[in-house]
Design a binder for this molecule. Structure first.
Ligand code: GLU
Length: 471
């Protein structure tokens, strides 16, 4: 059997991280098995489906590096097919038009809830001669509906609890459970891998598959993604749409890796903790298996994502990192109307932060002092017990040293050598005020790197500003 999986998002919202994770699992499984993976847009709910959401889903999945096979299928283009099967079931007397009004059904639902029964509609008018209205499945099943889920094992459902469930609003408006069954059959899907929230739909789909004489796919229901408090991931926990992560400075490879191990893990490889969790797409494809998907919910640990993103940032070449990060700086510069000196080397500035960066979006706040004069409290210049006169004289020494260096000597190594030769026993006395004068920050890269990038004149001018602050 050649494996064929599908992802079937409804374009009723922006690409959710849960949808992205389910897509990754479908993608990895099909690729691991040497099978196919297709994308189907489930847009039959015309009121809630929107083109902009569809675009967001497609753009987001592509950005993550997920490739699907063949053309995208859209359910809205397959209405004739659904109608054909709806008619078939009506002709065979397996479905019927329900004559009950919305109010009647609502009353029934409320009274069932009141009696602590699960709401369902067992129709007393299955033989009505009506030719319009909600189309329902004649549920005559008495035996338990059973299926073996690849992740959750044997599952069994009481068919009585489903009642005569609805499958279409009319001949040309199928509902989710019906369209999904028709499509999975016609598209020859072998494995339905989706979120655990769809377990309750599965018995209905099985009854429809049986009624239509379709093959039953293999089901694998993935554990939910949970927030840090172990409740279902929602806006409350932070961003849930992929675009927010993309704009927030996460790299697609990092997100892909992070989501691929949300609820799935490799056997112990003997690698150090941490390293154990960093996998390329190829490694994930090679090792993925449904057997190792856990049943319990998977916690979306943002601290871990940040760490992982940092690891991926560190593996980029300077050139690539600079290409990826420049838009974040450019937006900040234009929002703040900052004119950039033409001789400033952006790549060097970005690379300087590479060892510490967790997200590309952190760059503007970390590097702003390269682009505009730093603002800081004079107290920050103070190292240990130094008084203002001592700080001032330290800054003057730094200025003199810098004045003695010619332009060619403005390399990090040379500056480091010259300054360290002149520094006293406590290097901080010379280097701390110098670094603060240059960056205006409590924490920043070292002064030699900064002077090298800023250049001689700008560095001297910052020292002078700091000296003036001390009078
Ligand atoms: N359109 C459904 C959803 O977005 C698909 C569920 C399924 O995979 O069957 O939840």
């Amino acid at each position: 059997m050649r494996v064929k999986t599908r992802m079937a998002p409804s374009p009723t919202g922006f690409l959710h991280v849960g949808t992205a994770r389910t897509t990754i699992f479908n993608f990895l499984y099909s690729r691991h098995m040497g099978g196919e993976f297709v994308l189907r847009i489930e847009d039959t709910d015309i009121e809630r489906s929107e083109k902009r959401f569809e675009e967001d889903i497609i753009v987001g999945l592509k950005w993550l590096g997920i490739e699907w096979d063949g053309e995208i299928t859209r359910q809205s283009e397959r209405i004739d097919t659904y109608e054909k099967y709806i008619r078939k079931l009506l002709d065979e007397g397996k479905t019927f038009y329900c004559p009950h009004s919305g109010e009647e059904l609502e009353r029934e639902r409320k009274s069932q809830l009141w009696d602590k029964e699960s709401p369902r509609h067992v129709c007393d008018a299955r033989d009505s001669k009506l030719k319009s209205g909600l189309i329902r499945f004649k549920n005559n099943t008495s035996e338990k509906i059973k299926f073996s889920d690849e992740i959750r094992g044997e599952l069994s459902f009481d068919p009585q609890l489903l009642g005569d469930f609805s499958l279409a609003k009319d001949l040309r408006t199928p509902l989710y459970n019906f369209a999904v069954v028709v499509d999975d059959q016609e598209m020859e899907i072998t494995h339905v891998i989706r979120g655990e929230d769809h377990i309750s739909n599965t018995p209905k789909q099985i009854l429809l598959e049986d009624a239509l004489g379709f093959a039953r796919p293999i089901f694998a229901h993935l554990p939910l993604i949970l927030g840090s408090d172990k409740s279902k991931l929602s806006k409350r926990h932070g961003a849930t749409s992929l675009t927010e992560y993309k704009n927030g400075g996460y790299l697609p490879e990092a997100l892909f890796n992070f989501m691929a191990i949300l609820g799935w893990h490799l056997p112990d490889t003997g690698k150090a903790e941490g390293e154990q969790e960093i996998f390329s797409k190829e490694e994930l494809i090679k090792n993925f298996s449904l057997e190792r998907v856990q049943k319990a919910g998977a916690i979306f640990d943002i601290t871990k994502l940040d760490w992982m993103n940092g690891e991926y940032i560190r593996h980029k070449s300077s050139k690539e990192l600079s290409r990826l990060a420049t838009p974040y700086l450019a937006t900040w510069l234009s929002d703040n109307q900052v004119d950039v000196r033409h001789d400033l080397d952006l790549e060097k500035i970005i690379t300087l932060e590479q060892p510490r960066l967790k997200k590309l979006s952190e760059l503007p706040e970390k590097t702003d002092y390269f682009f505009k004069e730093p603002e800081y409290d004079v107290a920050l210049l103070k190292w240990k017990q130094m008084n203002n006169n001592q700080i001032k004289s330290s800054l003057e020494t730094a200025k003199e040293i810098l004045q003695s260096v010619d332009e060619n000597g403005m390399t990090k190594e040379n500056l480091e050598k010259i300054f360290l030769e002149k520094a006293g026993k406590d290097r901080g006395e010379l280097l701390w005020p110098l670094r603060v004068a240059l960056s205006g920050k409590k924490a920043s890269p070292g002064p030699f790197d900064i002077m090298h990038i800023l250049g001689k004149n700008a560095s001297i001018s910052r020292l002078e500003t700091a000296i003036d602050k001390l009078v």
